[in-house]
Write a new protein. Sequence first.
Length: 440
Amino acid sequence: MFLFVIVLHESGAGLSFSHQLSCHHFLAGFWYPYKNIFALVDELGIQPFTNWTQSAQYSPNGLEVESPIFQDVPRLPSPLGTFIYTKFLRLPIWDRLSSLPLMYAVVDFDNSDKSWRKYDTRTARELFKEFGCSERVYKEAFNPMLLVGLFAPGEQCSAAATLGMLYYFILAHQPDFDVVWCRGTVGERIFKPWIARLEQQGCEFLSRKRVTDVVLDKVSGLVTGILCGNELFSADAVVFCVGISAMQRIVASSPVLQERDEFLNTCNLGAVDVLAVRLWLDRKVSIPRPSNACFGFDSSTGWTFFDLNALHDEYQDEQGTVVEADFYHANQLLPLNDEDIVRKVQSYLSTCIPGFAEASIVDRAVVRFPKAVTHFFPGSYQYLMHRNTSFPNVFMAGDWIVNQHGSWSQVCFLCDNETVSHVPHHIAQLDKSVTCAMET
Ligand SMILES: Cc1cc2nc3c(=O)[nH]c(=O)nc-3n(C[C@H](O)[C@H](O)[C@H](O)COP(=O)(O)OP(=O)(O)OC[C@H]3O[C@@H](n4cnc5c(N)ncnc54)[C@H](O)[C@@H]3O)c2cc1C
């Protein structure tokens, strides 16, 4: 049996990591549990990542939290390590202790369909209140985590998604919060060598192809092709690997998909605006830790800033500082012009690290990502799609697809692996040579 995989994607040559808009302005963190990605880079024989990095958290009051590299400190039974080794500079111990009863919900939530349905109708805010978390631990620890982890404030996040995120990134194993960063753009450092390897293995990548519809054989019930406008690509299996907004656009242009409720219901899902700003400064500003999360500047927006001189090889020898700030749930920032955005970002950075106020900006890049990342709002679970669809040979992958391991919201190669491992099983049942068209 031959297996040809054709990857159709709408970006130009070389896949962009997240959105084709992003090409140069994207910074990506890879957390300790991203085992599939670490295995992939080993298999490719590349070393695209920094060492494990320490992080900090700031508010308008200054430094709030310092995190160690959790795998470097003595291992304690989970979640004790997270509680004991994370250094909260302002949050009193009593407030932190008030979150202990929440562990009941974290253990109770097992990522099953039943527990998603049980917790998804509540907001994260309600969950924390119900389990006795103090207002202060919510405002200064949990809500900031949600703003940068699920890209929305607690009153707009599903309690189920919150518990899944807490378990996956923070509480299951002591080192889970440890992170490495790609030392350049993910497109260059990971996708490029990966694509080259896949091409050697017979996979074909067709760029600038925007999928608009599928072709259905009404007799067999199978999808037999993909349409990119007027262009037809035959397919024996299709894997949709796009975010929510892209899927909504495909459904809007696809009479075939509009006939299925599971696809039509994606229109009930939502996505969150993100803003990325990169600044080149005329002098070195000392940034104590390479990655930093911030809260309390705008009530429903979380943001992060990164020392790119420390993280990206290409900026290591720059005379001045190169810093990137990413804002999540940045609805109110997107309409501003670049000058206003840059002014605001410099003022926010200066609140965290006063040295930023003295530096002059010599260059800048502002990239807006409207409706770019998944919004796990309360009640959204019922509309999320599953790996298998009602078409026997159409599959779904992505960070918003219900999966077995709970790693949604971040890099979706984790979820895609799970889906793609099922496609050959389907194809094996077809007694012929196959072409598998897959979109990424
Ligand atoms: C600023 C920012 C920072 C982030 N930081 C991190 C981080 O540090 N760590 C982390 O784990 N996650 C991070 N994320 C989240 C992460 O980017 C996403 O979870 C991940 O990219 C989702 O992958 P995906 O393949 O599902 O979708 P995407 O990465 O969006 O890929 C979808 C692909 O489909 C293509 N496409 C869309 N429509 C069509 C069509 N009709 N036909 C053909 N192709 C189409 C697009 O061009 C794109 O290449 C961040 C996101 C943003 C915006």
